[in-house]
Design a protein around this ligand. Structure first.
Ligand code: PLP
Length: 387
């Protein structure tokens, strides 16, 4: 076997560094090579061999094997973006007449895809409520349930274990978007989820320099079906992209451990700041999801949201004043990032829905990177002092 198959007893850190790596005895390579070939010698007698890079290729397979090893899944399927993973998995799982249960506070483009695209193909989408409000809507007509481990931007943690149990009782499949938590803080398949998706563009790759998506599951038959769907829809990453994600994954545990701790410190710093009205971080006792987060998560990740004392213009002013923290919309990378949800990530959400979700105009979302925590606090302090 060319790919490193992690033994059962390897822990997360060892799986991240060595799992799935392509190591051939001929060259003795330690690091997975970027196989740029788009075409492969036709594999006679082996229907699963490489043929054409839209189907698969060795660097993609190395990424899939590493992602599966880390999510403790039998199989993972790699995609060119998180949205390619989510849309392809949804299309592989649902057909006209199927019912999807989800929430309003999922990632905006997932919400848009479910409520516009899927609905237009005759799929019933029930998206009332926020993170916790899923349980009571799961019934025998439900085919798929889609939740995020930590929602955006108010960081609600749904009881994924209870949701998985409810899904099992009615024969529904639970898909968990684990982007914000990462496999370091939570392993959805271990509590009974059917599938896990990631925007690998965030923590998994971790350097704000590549897009990617992952779907992981223990259902080998479905993974094969999903690879077929990917072949038809064309959402495979290119080998260079896959390599960047593989490289990022090798340091995921170190980055996320730092980000868990740094974000908790910054959440406490913001809670005590006179220019801050309210802080949202599920590892703080005052967050409504604290009991669930304490039960399920090893850490709460690098994202902290907070309302400034003032209005939306004050929030924008603070966002424009930061110098170390960068003003943009992503998360999970080495650079700290600040976002104004009402005008950036959630500007397409109608004001009345934002209100219903609790996303106020004075809310800012901070993705804590790998900078020195005191430098970040000083930067936030000087920006907050401007209002
Ligand atoms: N899921 C979550 C929670 C996200 O935050 C994002 C992107 O921001 C996505 C999915 C989509 O991922 P991508 O941008 O890689 O398509």
């Amino acid at each position: 076997m060319v790919f490193v198959e992690p033994p059962e007893d390897w822990e997360e850190e060892t799986r991240l560094v060595h799992g799935g790596e392509y190591r051939d005895s001929e060259t003795g390579s330690i690091v997975t090579p970027i196989f740029v070939s788009a075409i492969y010698k036709y594999p006679e007698g082996n229907p699963y061999g490489y043929k054409y890079a839209r189907n698969s290729s060795p660097t993609i397979e190395a990424l899939e094997r590493k992602a599966a090893a880390v999510e403790r899944a039998a199989e993972a399927v790699a995609f060119s973006s998180g949205m390619a993973a989510i849309s392809s998995a949804a299309m592989a799982l649902l057909k006209p007449g199927s019912k999807l249960v989800t929430t309003k506070d999922i990632y905006g483009t997932s919400y848009e895809f479910f409520t516009t695209f899927l609905r237009s193909y005759g799929i019933e989408v029930d998206e009332r409520g926020v993170g916790e409000g899923v349980l009571e809507r799961i019934d025998k007509n439900t085919d798929v349930v889609f939740v995020e481990t930590i929602s955006n931007p108010l960081l609600i943690v749904p009881p994924v274990d209870e949701i998985a149990k409810a899904c099992e009782e009615v024969g529904a499949k639970l898909i968990v978007d684990n982007t914000f938590a990462t496999p370091i803080n939570f392993l959805p398949l271990k509590v009974g989820a059917y599938g896990v998706v990631h925007s690998a563009s965030k923590y998994l790759a971790g350097h704000n320099d590549v897009l990617g998506g992952i779907f992981a599951t223990n259902d080998k038959k479905f993974a094969l079906n999903l690879k077929n769907v990917r072949r038809m829809l064309g959402g495979i990453p290119d080998p260079q992209q896959a390599y960047f994600i593989i490289r990022g994954l090798k340091t995921l545990h170190v980055r996320v451990a730092y980000q868990n701790e740094a974000a908790l410190r910054i959440a406490k710093f913001l809670r005590d700041h006179p220019k801050v009205e309210r802080v949202y971080y599920p590892c703080l006792e005052e967050h409504p999801s604290y009991p669930v987060a304490k039960r399920l998560l090893k850490g709460c990740g690098g994202v902290v949201s907070f309302e400034v004392r003032g209005n939306g213009f004050d929030a924008i002013k603070v966002m424009k004043k930061v110098k170390v923290v960068q003003r943009t919309a992503s998360l999970g990378g080495v650079e700290s990032i600040i976002t104004h949800p009402a005008t950036m990530t959630h500007h397409t959400v109608p004001p009345e829905v934002r209100k219903e979700l609790g996303i106020k105009d004075n809310l800012l979302r901070l993705s804590v990177g790998l900078e020195n925590v005191e430098d970040l606090e000083a930067d936030l302090d000087q920006a907050l002092s401007s209002i």
